[in-house]
Design a protein around this ligand. Structure first.
Ligand SMILES: NC(=O)c1ccc[n+]([C@@H]2O[C@H](COP(=O)([O-])OP(=O)(O)OC[C@H]3O[C@@H](n4cnc5c(N)ncnc54)[C@H](O)[C@@H]3O)[C@@H](O)[C@H]2O)c1
Length: 251
């Protein structure tokens, strides 16, 4: 018997990276887990895959309804699907702004709207949003992405307030740079991938990238009934990047 035994979870963006690690960890700790993703073809048992684009409200409602029917209810929603964007405020056109906000912000809204009626029936309802250090620190070349994650942080607080009396907790994790396929793609596109990776590692006081499993552990902590008194919080999982100010290492 573990903390997630008997609980049912849905993880968006659960076919890769942080979402995949989270889905696998929740299942290992006893949950029945559904994965909602653009491409769930790689999702393996005991996880159940459901195809949906979080920008499509009808598809989201259909996938959530199917997952809830198969799982027999829903206790945990992990809003993790997201996409990136690079550049300053000048560098992305309106279409790109609409696309990224549609996935990263409205995507979370759509899955939450579809899931809430079911979460209200749970004795251990929890929502965990994957936010980012980009919501709390000014990172260069991340204007649009930061705006989307700033909205996720604010939504986490607003949703926590709206639903606390319904027994639904809402929290988020704020990862630093995590070693996922997403960051792999960014590194592959860099002029000097090794130098880019070294710079990203050096930016985090631990001197390395965060692992997807470490973010999954933080999400599971917030989703667990053991955290029943925790709502409206943002948990940094960033190797100390947000909170620490180290002196440079003497050469
Ligand atoms: N990797 C990092 O450094 C990092 C840091 C902070 C926050 N995050 C956040 O973590 C989350 C996951 O990132 P990751 O690094 O694991 O990325 P990833 O690219 O490895 O995985 C993202 C998953 O989301 C799915 N997805 C994307 N758009 C979708 C859509 N419209 N509908 C449904 N599914 C969709 C993809 O198919 C993929 O399976 C994102 O919200 C991201 O903003 C990542």
């Amino acid at each position: 018997m573990t903390d997630f035994t008997g609980l049912r979870a849905l993880v968006t963006g659960g076919a890769s990276g942080i979402g995949r690690a989270t889905a696998e960890l929740l299942a290992a700790r006893g949950a029945q887990v559904a994965v909602l993703d653009l491409d769930p073809s790689g999702v393996r048992k005991p996880l159940r895959g459901y195809a949906a684009d979080v920008t499509d409200d009808t598809a989201v409602r259909g996938a959530v309804a199917a997952a809830v029917a198969d799982l027999g209810g829903l206790d945990v929603l992990v809003n993790n699907a997201g996409i990136g964007a690079q550049g300053t405020v000048e560098d992305n056109d309106d279409d790109r702004w609409h696309t990224v906000l549609d996935v990263n912000v409205l995507g979370l809204v759509r899955t939450t709207r579809a899931a809430l009626p079911h979460l209200r029936s749970s004795a251990h309802a929890a929502i965990v949003n994957t936010c980012s250090i980009a919501a709390t620190a000014g990172l260069p070349q991340r204007a649009l992405y930061s705006a989307s994650k700033g909205a996720v942080l604010s939504l986490t607080l607003a949703m926590a307030a709206d639903h606390v009396r319904e027994g639904v907790r809402v929290n988020c994790v704020n990862p630093g740079t995590v070693d996922t396929p997403w960051v792999g793609r960014l590194l592959d596109a860099a002029d000097d991938p090794a130098a880019e990776r070294a710079a990203l590692e050096a930016r985090q006081p631990t001197g390395r990238l965060v692992s997807a499993d470490e973010v999954a552990g933080a999400i599971a902590y917030l989703a667990s009934p053991l955290s029943g008194a925790t709502t409206g919080t943002a948990l940094a999982v960033d190797g100390g990047m947000q909170g620490l100010r180290l002196r440079p290492v003497a050469q």
